[in-house]
Design a protein around this ligand. Structure first.
Ligand SMILES: *Cc1c(COP(=O)(O)O)cnc(C)c1O
Length: 391
């Protein structure tokens, strides 16, 4: 092995010499695709509806700050996150757009942080509203809060039948300003609209009750990506779009509605190539044995990077536009490929695990189908060990 000895007292920048962030394995983020998706989605909205970019979970693994900046520059009105920490991270990055916290926050410490960073919480219960109001008692400007109404998701929020009481209570409390009333749909990605229609009706009934009590919420919102693609009647004042922004469809039947481009690609490099004879076991547990002589490539990505071990012997990669099969158990930091169809493959060549290479493409949906899960979970699964490289 070549020794790296600094000459002239100058330490070479090994990072740059070796190709930097794309040396081993990385997540590539296509900023233009993100802007394209946002523009496509905006075309579905009427003039009164604003798009809220959902950037929780580090923007579904894409990098929250970059996604937030791009979305806002492309016309998103504001951002939705899940936790206080996610909101603070965006504020620390210098983002001053409205940030709504979709998750529940219940402690005075959380309330103080929310107020300090001008975040906008979701209030789900009267008890929570009281904690906020009590904690904020010495605060000057009222805090904008969003009330979550449960119309059938059975997650956060007060029952839709209690919406009026709940809103009236919050309106009576000092230091809180009603910014919106919203709900969340449980089955918007299903081809069967029955439950979604029922939730829509309940949301409408809650609004009608509010109107009857002379309350007109300044903003209403109900739609996630699937509902945004499904029906303009669900759009109201804001749509809260996550998955579609990242270029994936919530369900196959929604493909014709809009042209989306995947934002994320996952790539790695070949670290060794070898030929192994027939009858050779590959990787831990020998879950794969060669039938005939085989050309094998080792690549530098594994389950510690977010490639699920359950994809062992079930996934493929793309090299030089050709499809190659993954073989043997996926290990923590490495996995093996059968590259017999590319006999002259070299160390350092790029393998695309999710993304496009030539005419071929592997999507997060392909992984989700193999794993019996959803693409949301695949996108969120890539660890921070993989650098995010914006192209
Ligand atoms: C995550 C989330 C969304 C976004 O859902 P997508 O299906 O990714 O568009 C919208 N609203 C709430 C309340 C959420 O928790």
């Amino acid at each position: 092995m070549q020794e790296l000895i600094p000459t002239n007292g100058f330490m070479p920048n090994l990072w740059e010499v070796s190709g930097g962030l794309t040396e081993r394995a990385w997540v590539e983020i296509d900023r233009a695709a993100l802007a394209h998706n946002l523009n496509q989605l905006k075309q579905l909205l009427s003039a009164k509806t604003q798009l809220m970019a959902v950037v929780k979970a580090d923007a579904y693994g894409h990098g929250a700050t970059m996604v937030a900046q791009t979305a806002l520059a492309t016309g998103a009105y504001g951002l939705c996150v899940a936790t206080v920490e996610e909101g603070i991270q965006l504020r620390e990055a210098g983002i001053d757009a409205p940030i709504v916290i979709l998750g529940a926050t219940n402690t005075p410490e959380q309330v103080r942080a929310i107020a300090h960073w001008y975040l906008q919480p979701t209030i789900c219960t009267p008890q929570q509203a009281l904690v906020f109001s009590d904690t904020l008692s010495r605060c000057q400007t009222p805090l904008s809060v969003h009330l979550n109404i449960d119309t059938g998701m059975s997650r956060l929020g007060m029952s839709w039948q209690q919406a009026t009481e709940f809103v009236q209570l919050v309106q009576r409390l000092p230091h809180l300003k009603l910014a919106s009333v919203y709900s969340h749909l449980a089955t918007a990605d299903s081809p069967d609209p029955t439950v979604m229609r029922l939730q829509h009706q309940r949301f409408e009934a809650a609004i009608a009750q509010l109107h009857a009590a002379n309350i007109v919420p300044p903003c209403l919102h109900l739609a996630n990506s699937a509902a945004t693609l499904t029906d303009p009647a669900l759009h109201y004042d804001w749509v809260r779009v996550g998955l579609a922004l990242y270029g994936l469809y919530p369900a196959p039947h929604l493909h014709p509605k809009v042209n989306l481009k995947p934002v994320m690609q996952v790539k790695t490099r070949v670290t060794q190539v070898k030929t192994i004879p027939a009858g050779t076991g590959v990787s831990y547990g020998y879950t794969f044995r060669t039938q005939k002589q085989l050309r094998l490539a080792v690549v530098g990505i594994g389950y510690a990077d977010g490639v699920p071990r359950n994809l062992s012997n079930k996934m493929t990669g793309l090299i030089r536009g050709q499809r190659v099969s993954q073989i043997g158990a996926i290990t923590m930091d490495q996995l093996m490929l059968d590259v017999s169809n590319i006999p002259d493959l070299q160390v350092g060549e790029i393998v695309t695990l999710i993304g496009r290479d030539g005419d071929r493409q592997i999507s997060a949906d392909d992984w989700a189908i193999s794993l019996n899960t959803i693409s949301w979970e695949i996108l969120c699964g890539f660890k921070h060990r993989l650098p995010r490289v914006v192209v």
